[in-house]
Design a binder for this molecule. Structure first.
Ligand code: NOJ
Length: 551
């Protein structure tokens, strides 16, 4: 393969959150042998690349996003031999594997931090960010972003939990260690990395206080750590030292990156990363003050936002396309209707996204339309972010009911309940006691049922993936929003050479009449590519109907 071959432009990625995918040994926790058992299922879906969330040795304060040893496998997940076997079996099936690269922070139990804490002149002291006095930044997971350490009477920075101290990228020795570690995995044969909050690694050297809203205890440090002063330099260096020597793909998770930033990160000439994950479209149903403050989605906001990304990056950078991941609630419960139109709306959402330009990501369970979960008791929840938020909001005077409502809509555990494989106990995920309860809807929503039903969401995704392989226009075409003023319909066209695609998606539970005569004429002259309903009257879109046409 040529080093500059952009194979990832034609790929569809499937994300596995290993803890919740499949338990191979009955201990209630998903593992590598469990994934191995299910590779043929993923092959049948037709995906090209697996993104594996962290499987490294970790004390699991944040489910593996707190790494103790970058070059060892978490005991609960298996051994390095299991990993090697998994990689081999993935490649045998002509699929690829990308790993999570979590290098904004480590676990506080990582050897580097254990050393760093010992004394101010320890050789590892400067691997982390220590200060005599903290600034006013709040952590993403609540509370201060600084933790006092008794031994040396200084504070260390942790943008996430206090068990996730931030690494000091100003230190060239640290950077070199990270690059060596990346080579270790690439030399094993992995095919790239998803980079955790990678645009947080360059902090403003003075760490100034952040602005504080009224009544807020902590300041917002994000202007001083998101897309920071040396970020492009660090990413370019990583590219030159490591990535450019392998046919690897990279996707940087980048909260707070606008399309302009995205272009500068993904412009191939700049040699930084191949694509980024934006969060703008995931923030549209949050009120000021953050994700727990609920607000219904206003469809025109979503249309405007995705259209902006599609047009801005066309021919300049590259988009990643996603509705779900392990941090987001389930899309069918979020922008669809998981009660009355679960199958229709799950398919509609899939079609709406998969005909855009970029590399699509499917999160485990999305392909069978898994839904959010509503556990009665807080005790059934596991996520550190949820737990911290609950304590913080109770202290601020919010009611239990109000907080639970936010958790039901936005909690990360919605995405983390085990995959529902069949109707046996625990949805066939484990023969033991699952680490988090299985969504009770497993009776109705499960892989086995999906595979037995030719009309299932699974086969719709399979078809979308296959179409991407057949129709270059999906990869190459430009993007233009149609029916801009509609509050119910998300419609767009793609153009490439003499070809055209029309995509119409009804985001509402009512019928919508299309009145645009010019568009209707074009629709009548075109051929159906895919739809989530039996053929009907072109001028009326039924609840959550999606129609894709080609000219
Ligand atoms: C983003 C990851 O996706 C999330 O799960 C994690 O908690 C934070 N980064 C910290 O690593």
């Amino acid at each position: 393969m040529k080093m500059n071959d952009q194979w990832w432009k034609k790929s569809v990625v499937y994300q596995i959150y290993p803890r919740s995918f499949m338990d191979g040994n009955g201990d209630g926790i998903g593992d590598l042998q469990g994934i191995l058992e299910k590779l043929d299922y993923l092959k049948e879906l037709g995906i090209d690349v697996i993104w594996l969330s962290p499987v490294y040795d970790s004390p699991n304060d944040d489910n593996g996003y707190d790494i103790r040893n970058y070059q060892a496998i978490m005991n609960e997940f298996g051994t390095m031999d299991d990993f090697d076997q998994l990689l081999e079996e993935i490649h045998k099936r002509d699929m690829k594997l990308i790993m999570d690269l979590v290098v904004n922070h480590t676990s506080d139990e990582h050897d580097w931090f254990v050393e760093s804490k010992k004394s101010k002149d320890n050789p590892y002291r400067d691997y982390y960010i220590w200060r005599e006095k903290p600034n006013n930044w709040g952590s993403v997971f609540g509370g201060s972003a600084w933790e006092h350490d008794e031994k040396t009477n200084e504070y260390y920075l942790h943008l996430f939990s206090k068990k996730q101290p931030d690494l000091n990228w100003e230190n060239p020795k640290l950077r070199e260690e990270v690059y060596q570690m990346m080579k270790f995995w690439l030399d094993k044969g992995i095919d790239g990395f998803r980079m955790d909050v990678i645009n947080f690694i360059s902090k403003h050297p003075e760490l100034p206080d952040g602005a504080k809203g009224e009544g807020q205890t902590f300041g917002d440090g994000s202007p001083y750590f998101m897309n920071g002063p040396r970020i492009h330099e660090f990413l370019h260096e990583m590219n030159q030292e490591v990535l450019s020597n392998y046919p690897a793909m990279t996707v940087g998770e980048m909260p707070g990156a606008s399309p302009d930033f995205a272009i500068s990160y993904t412009d191939p000439d700049r040699k930084e990363v191949n694509m980024i994950f934006t969060f703008e479209h995931m923030d549209l149903d949050s009120a000021p003050g953050g994700k727990w403050n609920l607000k219904p989605l206003h469809l025109p906001d979503l249309k405007e936002n995705l259209a902006k990304w599609q047009t801005a990056l066309h021919n300049k950078g590259w988009n990643s396309l996603y509705w779900n991941n392990h941090d987001q609630p389930r899309i069918v419960s979020r922008f669809g209707d998981d009660q009355n139109y679960r199958v229709e709306s799950a398919k509609m959402l899939a079609a709406c996204l998969h005909f855009m330009q970029g590399t699509p990501y499917i999160y485990q369970g999305e392909e069978i339309g898994m839904t959010n979960v509503k556990f009665d008791s807080l005790e059934d929840y596991r996520d550190i972010e949820t737990m911290n938020m609950y304590k913080e909001r109770i202290a601020l005077g919010y009611s239990h009911e109000e907080i639970m409502k936010s958790i039901y809509v936005k909690g990360r555990d919605n995405a983390r309940t085990p995959i529902q494989w069949d109707t046996t106990a625990n949805g066939g995920f484990t023969t033991g006691t699952p680490w988090i309860r299985v969504n009770p809807r497993y009776d109705e929503i499960n892989v086995k049922a999906a595979l037995e039903d030719p009309q299932s969401i699974f086969y719709f995704y399979q078809k979308l993936i296959a179409l991407r392989k057949e129709m270059d226009i999906i990869i190459e075409g430009d993007f233009k929003l149609l029916l801009e003023d509609s509050s119910e319909v998300f419609a767009y066209e793609r153009n490439w050479k003499d070809k055209q695609l029309l995509v119409l998606c009804n985001f509402s539970s009512t019928e919508v009449v299309i009145e645009d005569e010019e568009l209707l004429t074009r629709m009548r002259e075109s051929k159906l590519v895919i739809s989530n309903y039996e053929s009907g009257n072109m001028s009326v879109l039924r609840p959550y109907e999606a129609v894709v046409l080609k000219i």
